[in-house]
Design a protein around this ligand. Structure first.
Ligand SMILES: NC(=O)c1ccc[n+]([C@@H]2O[C@H](COP(=O)([O-])OP(=O)(O)OC[C@H]3O[C@@H](n4cnc5c(N)ncnc54)[C@H](O)[C@@H]3O)[C@@H](O)[C@H]2O)c1
Length: 398
């Protein structure tokens, strides 16, 4: 058993989310050894700005650093697969941003690689680690809402509303064939599956692209950045701005989710409502310290996040007393604390609360079904046999 303060991490990518990783690692006491940028110059500049001691010139150089136990992959989606493979081959633990890979063949291969190794491998579905989501998961598992019958909600953002809004996610070669669904819908699907314990059996999906041509700035654009170059070129868009997905779960529950990156005024609203046979619950990421609990025969409740009033897992994820608002960046610290406890022990928990590669692969499989359903106009089942290995997902779960 090692102490968390004896563990070292390196971060690949230092854009929007790489910076959040670095700050959360520092907060839980893990040494950030260095970072790898898109180029040596950019890496050095970011390392200087963030006070990170080292900027590596390449992934080989990063993996030569014996002080690095865990590598965090926060590069654009198309780089995840090759980088994760190289990290696992070098015997390091890995925390990969979502989506795990570009397609389910790649993610299936990564699941099989991890199953054959003794490394800790996690996917950064951080939204699970808002304390009230951890609390609700235990409440539902304890029968607090009765049998779950309906899971509904949305994930809305507005940062791609205008034709002049640009990001690498718009290009399928960098982001993947699904954009809104892969980028943010995957969070909703992972979270609601985590909280309810339900698995999707089949989907019926409708995808829409309302902005078929966008203006791409000729210079680089960072995620959520407000800076815009004046020079642009017209680019055809082949990924969806919005999706409506009906869900049928194993066991008979039903669901419906709407995903959009064109919803004016909604900056980052992941909302769900879970209706059970004896009660309901609802939560929104833009108001993450409140959980609505619905009753038929007594007044509804509004639970303000409070370690004194939450379940054990909710308490563990919380860093601050009630009334001292926790938010997005705090979920990274709570998630990393859980992952690094396993790293320190040297083995993965039997049923980790964080998303494993099998969970990351699950989102890719649902994505396959969403694409196929949108293409065919039919209900489409989730195919849970990993092509790369021929093993079932259950077999591959670590
Ligand atoms: N969990 C979450 O809530 C969350 C939120 C945002 C993004 N993400 C995920 O994180 C990843 C990055 O997204 P982002 O919004 O930070 O994008 P970003 O564009 O802000 O940052 C990506 C960074 O990767 C760097 N990069 C590009 N090529 C590289 C290479 N070859 N080697 C090393 N670094 C390279 C870029 O220079 C940039 O700094 C994506 O996979 C995205 O889906 C997750």
């Amino acid at each position: 058993m090692r102490a968390i303060i004896d563990l070292g991490a390196a971060v690949i990518g230092s854009g929007f989310i790489g910076t959040v990783h670095i700050e959360a690692l520092r907060r839980i006491g893990v040494r950030v050894q260095g970072l790898l940028g898109s180029s040596a110059e950019r890496g050095s500049e970011r390392a200087g700005r963030l006070g990170v001691p080292r900027a590596y010139a390449s992934l080989d150089e990063l993996l030569d650093d014996a002080q690095v136990d865990v590598v965090h992959v926060t590069s654009p989606n198309h780089l995840h697969y090759a980088q994760v493979k190289q990290i696992l081959a070098a015997g390091r633990h890995v925390v990969c941003e979502k989506p795990l890979a570009m397609d389910s063949a790649q993610s299936g291969e990564l699941v099989a690689l991890v199953a054959r190794s003794d490394r800790i491998a996690a996917v950064n579905f951080n939204i699970r680690f808002y304390p009230l989501n951890q609390h609700l998961r235990e409440h539902i598992a304890d029968g607090g809402l009765g049998d779950v019958r309906l899971v509904s909600g949305h994930y809305f953002q507005d940062w791609l509303l205008l034709e002049t809004d640009w990001n690498w996610r718009l290009e399928p070669e960098q982001g993947g064939a699904l954009r809104a669904v892969g980028d943010i819908g995957s969070h909703w699907l992972d979270l609601t599956g985590f909280v309810t314990g339900l698995r999707v059996r089949e989907v019926m999906a409708d995808l829409a692209t309302f902005i078929p041509v966008r203006r791409q700035p000729t210079g680089p654009v960072e995620t959520f950045s407000q800076e815009r170059g004046t020079e642009t070129v017209a680019r055809e868009i082949r990924t969806e701005d919005m999706a409506s997905i009906l869900l049928r779960y194993e066991g008979g529950a039903r669901g419906a989710v709407v995903i959009s990156q064109l919803s004016a005024g909604r900056k980052n609203s992941l909302q769900y409502e879970i209706d059970g046979s004896s009660g309901a619950a609802s939560w929104d990421s833009e108001d993450p310290d409140h959980l609505w609990i619905g009753h038929r025969e007594r007044p509804n409740e509004l639970l303000l996040r409070n370690p004194a009033l939450m379940s054990e897992a909710g308490r563990r994820a919380a860093a601050l007393p009630g009334g001292h608002v926790e938010g997005f960046a705090d979920t990274f610290a709570a998630l990393f604390r859980t992952i690094y406890a396993d790293v320190a022990r040297g083995e993965m928990s039997e049923r980790p609360l964080y998303a494993t590669f099998a969970d990351g692969h699950e989102e890719m499989l649902i994505g396959d079904a969403v694409l196929e359903s949108a293409r065919s106009g039919r209900w489409t089942g989730i195919s849970r046999t990993t092509e790369a290995t021929g093993t079932s997902l259950e077999d591959a779960r670590t």
